[in-house]
Design a protein around this ligand. Structure first.
Ligand code: HEM
Ligand SMILES: *[C@@H]1O[C@H](CO)[C@@H](O)[C@H](O)[C@H]1NC(C)=O
Ligand SMILES: *[C@@H]1O[C@H](CO)[C@@H](O)[C@H](O)[C@H]1NC(C)=O
Length: 423
C-alpha cells in the first residue's frame, strides 16, 4: 500500500525515529525523470578555466600524512559536522577547526590551503553563513548544527548552516535528499542520487555535474510537492555540483586540469563499498592521500562559480529556476527575476559578465532579519551588518547597490515556508 506522503510527515513517530521514516520512504512510489540530452557539450577543463602556469607539485600537494598536523581524524563528541562534504573533509583534517566552529579568517586560510578556493569566494560564503546562521559579534559560524553565541543575541542561538533550509541549503542537491521528503532532515544521503552520478563514468567532468544537476532538479519537481528553489539557495545547490569537479579533482603534471576518479570521489563523500553495496559513513569525509589541489593561479572565484552554473543551465535549461511546486508534485510555477528584483536583473542577462555574481550577492541577503540589535553597533541589524560586509565585494565586482528582494513573491509556495529541523 502506498500511503500519501502528507500522512507520514504528520506522524510524530516519523520525526522521532528517522529510521522508521526512511523505511517508509522506501515504500513510496517515486517517479524517475526520463533521460535528457544536453543542448551541447561544453568540454570545459576540470578547473573550469584553462589551467594556468602548469603543475606545481610543491604548491599543490595537500599533505595529510601522519605528523603533518592535517592527518584524518573522525569527528569527536561535540564536533559539528553538516551537509557539506568539502567543509566536513576540511574539518576532519584540521584545515578548519576540528570542532566545526569557524571564523571568517579561518575559513579563508583553511579553504585556501585545502582547496585553493579564492579568498573572495570563501569570504563571501563565510559572511553569508554568519548572517544566516552564525554569530556576527565574533564572526563565527558552524559547518553543522547550532552553537551558543559568545554573548546572547536578540535573534536567538545561531542554527549553523544545517539549519538554513531554503536560505542556504536547498532541494535538488547533488547527493543529499530534499528536506520535505526526509521528515525535515536536510543531510540524508540519497543513494539514488549518488548512484546516478557515480554511474555516469569512471572519471568525472563538469558536463557530468551539469547532467546530474538537471537530473536531481527534474526528480525533485516530479516527487516533492514542496520542492522550492529560492534565489540564493537555488543557485548554491547547482553551484555545489560544480564544486565536486572544481575542488575534488586531483592534479598532476600529466593532467594539470585535474582528474576526478571514483576512488577520490568516494573518499570526499565518505562512501565505501561498490555499486549495490555502497555504504555512506556519516561525517567521515576524507581528503585522499597523495592528492593535489587545483593551482593557486586558478583559485576558484565568484564569477567563475556563476559562469559554470550558467553554462550548465545553457546545456540543460531549467537547472537555474526560482519558484517551486505549489503543493502537489509536478506543479512548478516560476518567479520572474525582473519582478523579484524591482527591475535590477532579468534571467536572460544573468549569464552575462558579472551579472550572475551580482545577483548572487543580492540574493544572499534575502530574508536576513532587519530587526535591530544594539550589540551590532553602527551596523544596526544583521541585514545592515551583511550589507556592510559585502559592500567591498559588491564594489569590486562592479555591481549595482545591494537591495532586498520582494519577499511577497514567495507566499504562493508552501515549500518556501516549510521549516526543516536540521540534519
Ligand atoms: C565557506 C565555504 C562553504 C560553505 C559555507 C558551504 C556551504 C554549503 C551548503 C550550505 C551546502 C548545502 C547546499 C545544498 O543544499 O545543496 C553545501 C553543499 C555542498 N558543498 Fe559546500 N560549502 C563551502 C565550501 C565547499 C567546498 C570547499 C566544497 C568542495 C570541496 C564544497 C562542496 C559541496 C558539495 C559537493 C555540496 C553538495 C552536498 C550533497 O548534496 O551531498 N563546499 N555547502
Ligand atoms: C577532466 O577530467 C576527465 C575525467 O576526470 C579527464 O579525462 C580529462 O582529461 C580532464 N580534462 C582536462 C582538460 O584535463
Ligand atoms: C594524483 O595524481 C598523481 C599523478 O597521477 C598520482 O600519483 C596520485 O596517486 C593521485 N592521487 C590520488 C589520490 O588519486
Amino acid at each position: 500500500m502506498v500511503r500519501p506522503l502528507s500522512f507520514l510527515v504528520a506522524l510524530p513517530l516519523a520525526a522521532a525515529w528517522p529510521g522508521v521514516m526512511e523505511a517508509n520512504q522506501r515504500l513510496q512510489k517515486r517517479v524517475e525523470p526520463g533521460p535528457r540530452e544536453p543542448l551541447f557539450r561544453s568540454g570545459r577543463p576540470n578547473t573550469s578555466q584553462p589551467p594556468l602556469g602548469g603543475f606545481n607539485a610543491a604548491e599543490q600537494f595537500v599533505d595529510v600524512r601522519p605528523g603533518s598536523g592535517h592527518e584524518f581524524r573522525s569527528p569527536g563528541t561535540g564536533d559539528l559536522r553538516g551537509q557539506c562534504p568539502g567543509l566536513n573533509a576540511a574539518a576532519n583534517h584540521g584545515y578548519i577547526p576540528r570542532n566545526g566552529k569557524v571564523s571568517t579568517t579561518q575559513t579563508i586560510t583553511g579553504l585556501g590551503e585545502a582547496y585553493n578556493m579564492s579568498p573572495d569566494l570563501s569570504l563571501f560564503l563565510a559572511i553569508v553563513s554568519i548572517a544566516l546562521a552564525g554569530d556576527p559579534l565574533t564572526q563565527t559560524w558552524s559547518i553543522g548544527g547550532a552553537f551558543p553565541p559568545s554573548i546572547p543575541l536578540l535573534f536567538g542561538n545561531p542554527s549553523g548552516i544545517a539549519g538554513t533550509h531554503n536560505q542556504y541549503e536547498s532541494d535538488a542537491s547533488i547527493v543529499r535528499g530534499d528536506a520535505y521528503l526526509n521528515g525535515g532532515s536536510v543531510g540524508v544521503f540519497q543513494m539514488r542520487s549518488w548512484e546516478n552520478f557515480y554511474n555516469m563514468g569512471e572519471e568525472y567532468t563538469l558536463d557530468m555535474a551539469a547532467a546530474q544537476s538537471d537530473y536531481v532538479t527534474r526528480w525533485s519537481i516530479l516527487n516533492n510537492p514542496y520542492y522550492f528553489s529560492a534565489p540564493f539557495a537555488g543557485l548554491v545547490a547547482p553551484a555545489a555540483h560544480d564544486f565536486v569537479i572544481n575542488f575534488m579533482s586531483n592534479h598532476s603534471a600529466e593532467n594539470p586540469g585535474g582528474v576526478l576518479t571514483r576512488e577520490v570521489l568516494k573518499s570526499f563523500f565518505a562512501v565505501t563499498g561498490e555499486p549495490g553495496s555502497f555504504v555512506h559513513n556519516r561525517g567521515q569525509e576524507r581528503i585522499p592521500d597523495n592528492w593535489y589541489k587545483r593551482p593557486a593561479l586558478n583559485a576558484y572565484n565568484i564569477p567563475e562559480v556563476l559562469n559554470d552554473v550558467f553554462i550548465n543551465n545553457a546545456m540543460f535549461p531549467g537547472i537555474v529556476r526560482f519558484g517551486g511546486n505549489t503543493g502537489t508534485v509536478d506543479s512548478f510555477a516560476g518567479v520572474d527575476v525582473t519582478d523579484l528584483t524591482g527591475g535590477a536583473f532579468n534571467l536572460a542577462d544573468l549569464a552575462e559578465g558579472n551579472n550572475g555574481a551580482c545577483f548572487l550577492l543580492q540574493a544572499s541577503m534575502q530574508g536576513l532579519p532587519d530587526a535591530t540589535d544594539p550589540l551590532l553597533g553602527a551596523a544596526g541589524s544583521i541585514l545592515g551588518w551583511a550589507t556592510q560586509q559585502l559592500g567591498p565585494l559588491n564594489e569590486k565586482l562592479g555591481c549595482p547597490q545591494l537591495a532586498s528582494f520582494n519577499q511577497a513573491f514567495f507566499d504562493q509556495f508552501p515549500g518556501a515556508s516549510y521549516k526543516a529541523q536540521g540534519q
